[in-house]
Design a protein around this ligand. Structure first.
Ligand SMILES: Cc1cc2nc3c(=O)[nH]c(=O)nc-3n(C[C@H](O)[C@H](O)[C@H](O)COP(=O)(O)OP(=O)(O)OC[C@H]3O[C@@H](n4cnc5c(N)ncnc54)[C@H](O)[C@@H]3O)c2cc1C
Length: 381
């Protein structure tokens, strides 16, 4: 592998701490959490104590105020260990940055310290039963009445949906104005009229709580509007590159781990009197995977460097998400094949990784939407 240059010695010390923490506090329990459909809530506060949540957040609110490389390390270590139930990336890389970047001083003081400590788990609710890729088709409304917004509608597939204490809801504050009438609201989970649906049963990421959310005349105080009214889409467009980079980082780290598990397996497993690593087909498959993995790693590290310099553009982030997640799924499929029947058994990490990875091509904008973004940039005058 080409040596990675994106991380400093401090980053690597942080990685070591994260890795040891996950080995002790998460890996031994993850199978049980898969059965429970969610991780133990105490894991969040333990991670908060360690400084693993929202490392970028300003020191003034209790954060470490470090670069996104620290978030990347947490994402990579979770992906490397296949601990896909842990929704910290959604919290630290996706939801909380909206509060940090667009929140009022009062909102930051009220919410950020508890997001950093793990006392508050966040979610972001964009998708609805009738609108996912086409967010302009959202039907959830938040109509201003005196000192509050009256929120009505429903959301689905919301990560951290069961644990969430605070949800950033994307809603139409002016339903006639299309994209320009869309806003973000901070909705506390104990607000009257806000109900969480059941924990959805998925084909992978079984320890990740993913839910429907229902809003029935929820009175959201006017001061819980995030940023300016009508700017919801602008904020989403600004924040989505970080979300997509986060997915890409996880994809490459998970693919690297899967190749490692497969190397161990093919050395051990015997067929026709020799290790299956001795077959040319196995060697060629491994070589192809490793060559592509090297290219993905270098590209994503460069994207990470660009992002830390605030120079990662929307189309490049879309390319990273598209290439790495397509590749992750292809690699995992080849690795399952090399494991034979054992590769289909849930107790094998490769089987779980294969099932867990499938959604990577769907969420954070489907890979078809990534192609739209890239081609729009290519064809623009
Ligand atoms: C496990 C999981 C976790 C999730 N977490 C969250 C979350 O935390 N918050 C949240 O808001 N959402 C979340 N989602 C929702 C996810 O972002 C959406 O599922 C995704 O954006 C796709 O939307 P959709 O399901 O409505 O599919 P659709 O938009 O209906 O798409 C169906 C198919 O049509 C294709 N398609 C749609 N439009 C076009 C087009 N213009 N050109 C070409 N092809 C097109 C799509 O690529 C896809 O293949 C999650 C989903 C899952 C499964």
């Amino acid at each position: 592998m080409i040596p990675r240059t994106v991380f400093s010695e401090e980053h690597e010390q942080f990685r070591d701490t994260v890795r040891k923490f996950l080995e002790k506090e998460a890996a031994p329990f993850h199978s049980q959490w898969e059965k429970d459909g969610q991780v133990d809530r105490a894991l969040w506060t333990k991670a908060g104590e360690m400084g693993f949540l929202c490392p970028q957040a300003p020191e003034a609110y209790g954060g470490l105020e470090v670069d996104f490389g620290y978030n990347a390390i947490v994402d990579e270590e979770i992906a490397r260990a296949g601990l896909t139930g842990i929704g910290w990336a959604l919290h630290s890389d996706i939801a909380v940055p909206y509060i940090a970047n667009y929140g009022s001083e009062e909102q930051k003081q009220k919410y950020l310290p508890k997001c950093i400590s793990g006392e508050i788990v966040t979610a972001i609710a964009m998708t609805e039963p009738g609108a996912g890729s086409d967010l302009q088709g959202l039907r959830t409304t938040a109509i201003k009445k005196d000192d509050h917004y009256l929120l009505n509608g429903s959301k689905t597939f919301i990560t951290n949906g069961q644990h969430a204490d605070l949800v950033i809801v994307v809603a139409k504050t002016n339903p006639e104005a299309g994209a320009a009438g869309t806003s973000l609201l901070l909705v506390e989970a104990d607000s009257p009229g806000f109900k969480k649906g059941t924990n959805l049963e998925k084909i992978g990421m079984k320890a990740q709580d993913t839910s429907e959310l229902f809003f029935d005349d929820v009175k959201v105080p006017a001061e819980n509007l995030l940023g300016a009214e009508g700017q919801g889409f602008v904020y989403l467009m600004q924040e989505l590159p970080q979300e997509r980079l986060s997915v890409a980082l996880g994809a490459v780290a998970n693919a690297e781990a899967a190749l490692g598990w497969t190397l161990d397996y093919v050395r051990e497993r015997k067929a026709f009197g020799r290790a299956i690593a001795g077959f040319q087909n196995t060697q060629f498959k491994l070589a192809e995977m490793d060559a592509e993995l090297t290219a993905m790693r270098v590209f994503v590290d460069r994207c990470l460097e660009l992002h830390c310099d605030k120079k990662l553009d929307v189309a490049t982030a879309a390319k990273a998400k598209l290439l790495t997640t397509d590749f992750q799924c292809k690699l995992l499929d080849e690795c399952v094949q090399l494991h034979g029947g054992f590769g289909y058994m849930w107790e094998y990490p490769i089987a779980r990784a294969w099932a867990d990875a499938r959604v990577q091509r769907i969420y954070a904008g489907t890979n078809e939407i990534m192609k739209l973004i890239i081609s729009r940039e290519l064809l623009k005058e």
